[in-house]
Design a protein. Structure first.
Length: 181
Protein backbone atom coordinates (compact mmCIF):
# COMPACT_ATOMS: atom_id res chain seq x y z
CA UNK A 1 0.00 0.00 0.00
CA UNK A 2 2.99 2.30 -0.56
CA UNK A 3 1.43 5.76 -0.66
CA UNK A 4 -1.71 4.69 1.16
CA UNK A 5 -3.45 3.69 -2.10
CA UNK A 6 -4.08 0.04 -2.97
CA UNK A 7 -5.58 -1.03 -6.32
CA UNK A 8 -7.25 -4.39 -7.00
CA UNK A 9 -8.91 -5.78 -10.14
CA UNK A 10 -11.22 -8.78 -10.10
CA UNK A 11 -11.76 -10.31 -13.54
CA UNK A 12 -13.41 -13.31 -15.10
CA UNK A 13 -16.34 -14.31 -17.24
CA UNK A 14 -19.78 -12.87 -16.74
CA UNK A 15 -21.64 -15.00 -14.23
CA UNK A 16 -18.57 -15.85 -12.13
CA UNK A 17 -19.50 -13.43 -9.36
CA UNK A 18 -16.75 -10.90 -10.05
CA UNK A 19 -18.89 -7.94 -8.98
CA UNK A 20 -19.87 -9.57 -5.69
CA UNK A 21 -16.22 -10.38 -4.95
CA UNK A 22 -15.25 -6.73 -5.48
CA UNK A 23 -18.21 -5.48 -3.44
CA UNK A 24 -17.16 -7.66 -0.50
CA UNK A 25 -13.61 -6.25 -0.47
CA UNK A 26 -14.93 -2.70 -0.94
CA UNK A 27 -17.37 -3.10 1.95
CA UNK A 28 -14.68 -4.59 4.21
CA UNK A 29 -12.36 -1.64 3.51
CA UNK A 30 -15.18 0.87 4.06
CA UNK A 31 -15.96 -0.73 7.42
CA UNK A 32 -12.34 -0.06 8.41
CA UNK A 33 -12.77 3.65 7.70
CA UNK A 34 -10.82 3.60 4.43
CA UNK A 35 -11.75 5.64 1.37
CA UNK A 36 -13.00 3.29 -1.35
CA UNK A 37 -13.97 3.52 -5.01
CA UNK A 38 -15.48 0.54 -6.83
CA UNK A 39 -16.01 0.43 -10.59
CA UNK A 40 -17.14 -2.33 -12.91
CA UNK A 41 -17.47 -3.15 -16.59
CA UNK A 42 -18.93 -6.02 -18.54
CA UNK A 43 -17.78 -7.64 -21.76
CA UNK A 44 -20.06 -7.74 -24.82
CA UNK A 45 -22.17 -10.51 -23.29
CA UNK A 46 -23.39 -10.27 -19.71
CA UNK A 47 -22.64 -13.97 -19.21
CA UNK A 48 -19.56 -15.39 -20.87
CA UNK A 49 -17.84 -12.15 -21.88
CA UNK A 50 -14.84 -10.93 -19.90
CA UNK A 51 -15.93 -8.74 -17.02
CA UNK A 52 -13.97 -6.80 -14.44
CA UNK A 53 -14.54 -4.90 -11.26
CA UNK A 54 -11.96 -2.68 -9.65
CA UNK A 55 -11.54 -1.49 -6.09
CA UNK A 56 -9.27 1.32 -4.95
CA UNK A 57 -8.64 1.51 -1.21
CA UNK A 58 -6.91 4.58 0.20
CA UNK A 59 -6.08 6.22 3.50
CA UNK A 60 -6.95 9.65 2.07
CA UNK A 61 -9.55 10.96 -0.36
CA UNK A 62 -9.34 9.35 -3.79
CA UNK A 63 -8.89 12.17 -6.29
CA UNK A 64 -8.47 9.91 -9.35
CA UNK A 65 -11.01 7.06 -9.35
CA UNK A 66 -9.37 4.95 -12.10
CA UNK A 67 -6.73 2.28 -11.51
CA UNK A 68 -3.24 3.38 -12.48
CA UNK A 69 -0.95 0.58 -11.24
CA UNK A 70 -2.71 -2.57 -10.05
CA UNK A 71 -1.25 -3.98 -6.84
CA UNK A 72 -3.38 -7.13 -7.04
CA UNK A 73 -5.17 -8.83 -9.94
CA UNK A 74 -7.50 -11.80 -9.72
CA UNK A 75 -8.21 -13.69 -12.96
CA UNK A 76 -10.89 -16.38 -12.94
CA UNK A 77 -10.94 -17.07 -16.70
CA UNK A 78 -8.39 -17.40 -19.50
CA UNK A 79 -10.02 -14.56 -21.46
CA UNK A 80 -9.80 -12.27 -18.42
CA UNK A 81 -6.17 -13.24 -17.88
CA UNK A 82 -5.26 -12.47 -21.48
CA UNK A 83 -7.12 -9.17 -21.46
CA UNK A 84 -6.23 -7.80 -18.01
CA UNK A 85 -3.25 -9.56 -16.36
CA UNK A 86 -0.67 -7.36 -18.06
CA UNK A 87 -2.04 -4.32 -16.23
CA UNK A 88 -0.65 -5.65 -12.94
CA UNK A 89 2.32 -3.49 -11.94
CA UNK A 90 5.79 -5.08 -11.75
CA UNK A 91 6.11 -6.53 -8.25
CA UNK A 92 2.31 -6.79 -8.06
CA UNK A 93 0.39 -9.93 -7.14
CA UNK A 94 -1.40 -11.86 -9.89
CA UNK A 95 -3.71 -14.57 -8.55
CA UNK A 96 -5.50 -16.93 -10.92
CA UNK A 97 -7.71 -20.02 -10.86
CA UNK A 98 -5.16 -22.72 -11.68
CA UNK A 99 -7.86 -24.99 -13.07
CA UNK A 100 -9.17 -22.42 -15.55
CA UNK A 101 -6.17 -20.22 -16.42
CA UNK A 102 -2.89 -21.16 -18.09
CA UNK A 103 -0.69 -18.15 -17.30
CA UNK A 104 2.26 -18.65 -19.65
CA UNK A 105 5.46 -16.73 -18.90
CA UNK A 106 4.89 -13.40 -20.65
CA UNK A 107 4.58 -11.32 -17.45
CA UNK A 108 7.97 -11.16 -15.76
CA UNK A 109 8.28 -9.34 -12.45
CA UNK A 110 4.80 -10.17 -11.19
CA UNK A 111 4.18 -12.52 -8.27
CA UNK A 112 2.06 -15.32 -9.77
CA UNK A 113 -0.13 -17.44 -7.50
CA UNK A 114 -2.36 -20.10 -9.02
CA UNK A 115 -4.89 -21.81 -6.76
CA UNK A 116 -7.70 -24.23 -7.72
CA UNK A 117 -10.68 -22.09 -6.61
CA UNK A 118 -13.33 -23.76 -8.77
CA UNK A 119 -12.02 -27.28 -8.13
CA UNK A 120 -11.86 -26.67 -4.37
CA UNK A 121 -15.41 -25.28 -4.35
CA UNK A 122 -16.62 -28.35 -6.25
CA UNK A 123 -14.75 -30.90 -4.11
CA UNK A 124 -15.21 -29.40 -0.65
CA UNK A 125 -18.55 -27.59 -0.95
CA UNK A 126 -20.19 -29.33 -3.95
CA UNK A 127 -20.97 -25.88 -5.41
CA UNK A 128 -18.75 -24.24 -8.04
CA UNK A 129 -20.95 -21.12 -7.82
CA UNK A 130 -18.98 -20.02 -4.71
CA UNK A 131 -15.55 -20.22 -6.39
CA UNK A 132 -15.54 -16.40 -6.36
CA UNK A 133 -15.86 -16.37 -2.56
CA UNK A 134 -13.15 -19.02 -2.25
CA UNK A 135 -10.98 -16.67 -4.35
CA UNK A 136 -11.78 -13.69 -2.10
CA UNK A 137 -10.75 -15.70 0.96
CA UNK A 138 -7.46 -16.63 -0.70
CA UNK A 139 -6.82 -13.05 -1.86
CA UNK A 140 -7.38 -11.68 1.63
CA UNK A 141 -5.07 -14.32 3.10
CA UNK A 142 -2.29 -13.78 0.54
CA UNK A 143 -2.40 -9.99 0.18
CA UNK A 144 -3.56 -8.75 3.58
CA UNK A 145 -5.46 -5.99 1.69
CA UNK A 146 -8.16 -6.06 4.37
CA UNK A 147 -8.31 -8.04 7.63
CA UNK A 148 -9.98 -11.44 7.26
CA UNK A 149 -12.57 -10.64 9.94
CA UNK A 150 -13.71 -7.51 8.05
CA UNK A 151 -13.95 -9.44 4.77
CA UNK A 152 -15.89 -12.29 6.39
CA UNK A 153 -18.32 -9.78 7.91
CA UNK A 154 -18.80 -8.29 4.44
CA UNK A 155 -19.51 -11.77 3.02
CA UNK A 156 -22.22 -12.22 5.67
CA UNK A 157 -23.71 -8.81 4.90
CA UNK A 158 -23.62 -9.19 1.09
CA UNK A 159 -25.13 -12.64 0.48
CA UNK A 160 -28.75 -13.69 1.03
CA UNK A 161 -29.36 -15.29 4.41
CA UNK A 162 -30.07 -18.75 3.01
CA UNK A 163 -26.60 -18.80 1.38
CA UNK A 164 -24.61 -17.28 4.25
CA UNK A 165 -23.28 -20.47 5.82
CA UNK A 166 -22.14 -21.79 2.42
CA UNK A 167 -20.41 -18.51 1.53
CA UNK A 168 -18.68 -18.18 4.91
CA UNK A 169 -17.46 -21.75 4.48
CA UNK A 170 -16.23 -20.86 0.96
CA UNK A 171 -14.38 -17.80 2.29
CA UNK A 172 -12.67 -19.86 4.99
CA UNK A 173 -11.81 -22.56 2.44
CA UNK A 174 -10.07 -19.95 0.31
CA UNK A 175 -8.05 -18.74 3.28
CA UNK A 176 -6.97 -22.32 4.05
CA UNK A 177 -6.06 -22.97 0.40
CA UNK A 178 -3.82 -19.90 0.38
CA UNK A 179 -2.27 -20.65 3.75
CA UNK A 180 -1.42 -24.23 2.72
CA UNK A 181 -0.03 -23.31 -0.72
Amino acid sequence: MGDGRFEIRFSGSGGQGILLAAAIVAEAATALGKHVVQTQSYGPAARGGASKAEVIIADDEIDYPEVEALDVSLCLSQAAYEKYAGDTRPGGLLVHDSGLVEPGDSLPGRVLRGLPFTQAAAEHLMKTVVANIVAVGALVEISGMVPAAAAEAAVVSRVPERFRALNVEAFRLGRRLAAEA
